[in-house]
Design a binder for this molecule. Structure first.
Ligand code: ZN
Length: 284
């Protein structure tokens, strides 16, 4: 009887796991503390209840033989900013996303691979790594619309970390539907002056980068959705450190962005503790 019950339990949990969306986190190289951040991302993603999460960690040096099985998953979340992947891994990743897979870029993942054309099309805009006007335009908020700006200059910078107000720029988009018109995000780096191909980028949320904090003085796109072939990309420039990652606004937009990248829909309800424009909210 006990064996039977255990077998039944195993069968039920397998069935439940099979219904869940398979997420792969890639990490292993980053100028940020990925060893601390990846487990936090994994917890946030698993807590939604609709995902299973695996992590594939690249070697700290020498990635030529590293070949994650992207095609085993519905969506890949990158916490990786390091050596360029091998040609075969790049090819497998492009095929995965263009064939309908989901991709989610978190914070410094948009610093990665300035030389990889398809990757930059996926993230829309990125920073550092020698990015400049040669990488593509900035996206600037002009006359109530996001406008490519080819002005020469660096790609990627940020002022001092602070708490900031995110503006919901696409309340009709599945990721942003039901979220407030503006909501506070805990202390984080506010990436500014990102630039890239910037093709078909739907800016979901932006924040003013104040000059008095060393920023650009511009409204900066920080959450984005980008189609790539048959696939979907969610780009969150948020999440520098523990304080930022332990923010309800970061976590909920990440969960919703991952579901959308995987399926094109968002079924998750907006939690009651989601912040408004008066107070930011920390996760437990
Ligand atoms: Zn950072």
């Amino acid at each position: 009887m006990k064996t039977f019950l255990l077998a039944l339990l195993a069968l039920v949990s397998t069935a439940v796991a099979a219904d869940k969306i398979k997420v792969l986190i890639v990490d292993g190289q980053n100028n940020h503390d990925w060893r601390t951040i990846t487990p936090l991302l994994k917890t946030i993603i698993e807590e939604s209840g609709i995902f299973t999460v695996q992590v594939d960690t690249a070697p700290g040096k020498g990635v030529e033989n590293w070949q994650p099985k992207f095609s085993d998953y519905a969506v890949v979340v990158s916490n990786y900013n390091g050596e360029l992947w091998s040609p075969s891994t790049q090819e497998a990743f492009e095929k995965f996303v263009s064939g309908g897979g989901g991709f989610v870029s978190v914070h410094a993942a948009d610093n990665a691979f300035p030389e990889w054309k398809a990757y930059n099309e996926m993230i829309g805009v990125g920073g550092w790594g020698g990015r400049s006007e040669k990488s593509g335009p900035y996206l600037r908020w002009r006359q109530n619309t996001w406008t490519p700006d080819p002005t020469p200059g660096r790609g990627g910078s940020h002022g001092s970390q602070h708490e900031f107000l995110l503006q919901n720029r696409a309340p009709e988009h599945p990721i942003m539907a039901g979220l407030p018109a503006a909501f506070l995000h805990r202390r984080d780096e506010l990436y500014d002056r990102l630039r890239g191909p910037a093709k078909n980028v739907a800016v979901l949320a932006s924040a003013m980068s104040p000059k008095e904090k060393g920023g650009s003085g511009e409204e900066e796109p920080l959450l984005m959705a980008i189609p790539f072939g048959q696939g979907r990309v969610f780009h969150s420039a948020l999440g520098h450190g523990v304080e930022a990652v332990k923010c309800v606004a970061f976590a909920v937009t990440l969960q919703r962005g991952i579901e959308w990248a995987a399926t094109g829909k968002v079924t998750m309800k907006v939690p009651a503790e989601f912040p408004d424009d008066k107070a930011s909210k920390a996760r437990p």
